[in-house]
Design a protein around this ligand. Structure first.
Ligand SMILES: Cc1cc2nc3c(=O)[nH]c(=O)nc-3n(C[C@H](O)[C@H](O)[C@H](O)COP(=O)(O)OP(=O)(O)OC[C@H]3O[C@@H](n4cnc5c(N)ncnc54)[C@H](O)[C@@H]3O)c2cc1C
Length: 369
């Protein structure tokens, strides 16, 4: 492992890897990334892998737009194929959630997102498995779809290495040395790396890492479960991702199987334990919204953490008070789809002194002060 670097990135999830690639692509010679376990072992390897243009806020729509530009030109930019299944993303709402969904759709339409409003009959035609009796509204964006986060991470890692970056797995950062208000070095289990710049891309551990330099990040980790059923042809492969907005329960096809996700429990543990018994709650929602799923057998599942800020926007850029300490964290439930944006903006801030692809004011840590 290098003993000096221009930039050290802590965290080998999809965000840290996007940062490594974009920094190296912008000509930063000595980029060193340290990952405590293996690439993608945090949240990036546990997501539902959706890329959504129809996001809930103007800022997240802009992040999706910037990210989609890179994802859909991945081969030209990164040099590897981008696997994408544009199955569509549908939100469905009962009367209690109708007003919120209508307001969201109006905002999305204003921003030019190709979103389509659906009446219950349209929802039923698009997804016959759904019980639409208590639904009043749906909204679908057919451009949205499923990506392969592992392929993206490996592609970023290879492309970063080809441009001179070093990616170290099983290397845990244990401390950041700050002298006279400036970052000087990162201590790791494989040795010390002297560096003037650190990027905190540690996902659920971002708060812990920022505390090493005296910062208090307003990030709370929430646990979410995903369950995978056996092969289930009764729901066709081209069925869209469906989210029941009020209960935050969703499903989509995963190959021949069905993936279901749910959960929003605060977690103080960084190692989210899979709780098989949680499937009772997931099945309860399935029984109501897509009763046909009661015929499916759950084969396996996992739990992951979403690191959420109070406004559900990321924290990006250099932090006040500590020279050389940049954050790229707080990505909540959208860090996989927004990895290109995280990498592009962080590298612009570090290399050019300011982001130019997007106004990052809404993502600065200072907004919480
Ligand atoms: C169930 C679930 C479903 C989701 N679905 C979606 C989705 O459909 N679409 C989407 O865009 N997003 C989704 N997300 C959110 C997405 O997974 C995260 O926002 C994203 O993975 C965050 O990426 P990251 O690189 O910031 O964090 P992580 O992937 O968690 O990476 C951080 C890395 O830092 C490492 N690390 C931590 N501390 C240290 C240290 N001290 N030293 C060295 N390394 C360290 C960790 O080991 C980890 O690998 C979902 C999340 C969950 C849990």
């Amino acid at each position: 492992m290098r003993t000096t670097a221009d930039v050290v990135i802590i965290g080998g999830g999809i965000q840290g890897l996007a940062c490594a690639f974009h920094l190296a692509a912008k000509g930063v010679k000595q980029v060193s990334l340290v990952e405590l376990e293996f690439l993608g072992s945090g949240s990036s390897g546990r997501s539902a892998a959706m890329l959504v243009h129809a996001m809930w806020s103007p800022q997240t729509i802009l992040l999706s737009r910037l990210s989609a530009q890179e994802y859909f030109a991945f081969e030209q930019v990164v040099g590897e194929k981008f696997e994408y299944k544009p199955i569509g993303h549908m939100n469905v709402a009962t009367a209690a959630a109708e007003a919120a969904l209508r307001a969201e759709v109006a905002m999305q339409q204003n921003m030019g997102v190709p979103i389509q409003i659906l009446a219950p009959d349209d929802i039923k035609r698009a997804v016959p498995a759904l019980n639409v009796e208590d639904l009043v509204l749906g909204a679908v964006c057919w451009k949205d779809g499923v990506i392969d986060p592992h392929a993206v991470m490996q592609a970023y890692a290879r492309a970063a290495r080809q441009r001179g970056a070093e990616i170290n797995e099983m290397a845990r950062a244990t401390n950041i040395i700050v002298e006279n208000g400036r970052v000087r070095a990162v201590e790791t289990t494989q040795g010390k790396i002297a560096t003037p710049i650190v990027v905190n891309a540690t996902g659920a551990r971002a708060r812990e890492v920022a505390a090493w330099v005296g910062l208090n990040l307003p990030i709370v980790n929430y646990k979410r479960h995903i369950f995978i059923t056996d092969e289930f042809p009764a729901i066709p492969r081209d069925s869209p991702f469906v989210m029941d907005t009020q209960v935050e329960w969703y499903f989509r096809k995963e190959g021949e199987n069905v993936l279901m996700g749910m959960g929003r429990e605060e977690s103080t543990s960084f190692e989210p334990q899979f709780e098989p018994e949680f499937q009772a709650q997931v099945i309860e929602q399935a029984a109501h919204r897509a009763p046909i799923l009661l015929d499916a057998k759950i084969l396996r599942g996992w739990a992951g953490l979403r690191a959420l800020t109070p406004d559900d926007l990321p924290i990006l850029g250099f932090a006040p008070g500590v020279q050389g300490f940049a954050n790229c964290c707080g990505w909540g439930g959208h860090g996989v789809m927004h990895a290109p944006a995280g990498g592009i903006l962080t590298s612009e801030i570090i290399v050019n002194g300011a982001a130019s692809s997007l106004d990052v004011t809404p993502f600065r840590l200072e907004r919480f002060q």
